[in-house]
Unconditional design. Structure first.
Length: 148
């Protein structure tokens, strides 16, 4: 017993926890690093991003320019559920963006998925959080923004 918890239970929980993994030999950097063991209620967050002014036409929201975007996600594994994506602006005068992405993945190879379009405000700093709710487990390699 360690800290009132059986060591074996603690070790088993750690082995099944969300973590950064990679294919190939151990190293600090590489193209094939990814987040693994994503399962029900896991949250992954990235801070901070800023959309530079686009060259494409824009629309106006709250007197600020916004651009329609989609997110491209690269995933592998077996999972079925909702991937809730939240963009939180550092400037609290802007409304946060919520995107619900239905995930149905049964792939042993990396596969790309696209979200529906959403507005993103130019020149504003934001954080992005991914929360999975569903069955199964998957790995998350990367994401990218695309203007539409």
């Amino acid at each position: 017993m360690i800290d009132g918890i059986n060591y074996k239970e603690k070790e088993e929980k750690a082995l099944n926890s969300l973590r950064i993994s990679q294919d190939g030999p151990d190293r600090e950097v590489g193209e094939d690093q990814y987040v693994s063991h994503i399962h029900n209620t896991c949250v992954i967050g990235y801070k901070y991003f800023e959309l530079q002014p686009p060259t494409a036409p824009t629309t106006f929201t709250n007197s600020s320019k916004s651009t329609n975007m989609t997110l491209n996600l690269t995933i592998r594994g077996e999972a079925k559920g909702k991937f809730n994506i939240k963009l939180i602006y550092k400037n609290s005068t802007y409304e946060n963006v919520n995107i619900c992405f239905e995930l149905n993945c049964k792939n042993e190879t990396w596969t790309s998925f696209n979200t529906d379009k959403f507005p993103l405000i130019e020149g504003e700093i934001f954080a992005i959080f991914f929360r999975y709710e569903g069955e199964g487990e998957f790995e998350f390699k990367d994401f990218s923004f695309k203007k539409v």
